[in-house]
Design a protein around this ligand. Sequence first.
Ligand code: THU
Length: 142
Amino acid sequence: MASLSPEQIKQLVDQSHQAKEKAYCPYSKFRVGAALITEDGHVITGCNVENACYNLGICAERNAMAKAVSEGHKSFKAIAVASDMADQFITPCGGCRQFMREFGCNWDVYMTKADRTYDKMTVEALLPVSFGPDALGQTASK
Ligand code: THU
């Protein structure tokens, strides 16, 4: 997997912060944006979308991945995630880590702060020893 250039990283981080502007989060007031770049260079963004039935809300990362898949993209290079937190890098929730893992362990997650500085980790590092698609079909026959 070819890594992103510094310019591409800056752009992806900027796009995640732009996506955050669209967040629909009247309940938590916690805005999140995500920008996902595919192996062939397409960028798909997402934001969190909450609901009056609280448990139906969707995170920005999962929204971006679902949008990408629905548009025919399943090979991802990286995702950048943005929130308004000044002092902490936004880290994906466990559900989003599992959702990322569905599309491979060897791609990058850029977790940013409001000032657009970032920390980078792979999906593998965020969700070690994970359960994934390979496991299905590996069950012993009875
Ligand atoms: N949220 C995300 O969209 N992504 C994350 O990485 C963490 C949390 C959303 C879910 C909910 O709408 C709000 O942030 C507060 O949890």
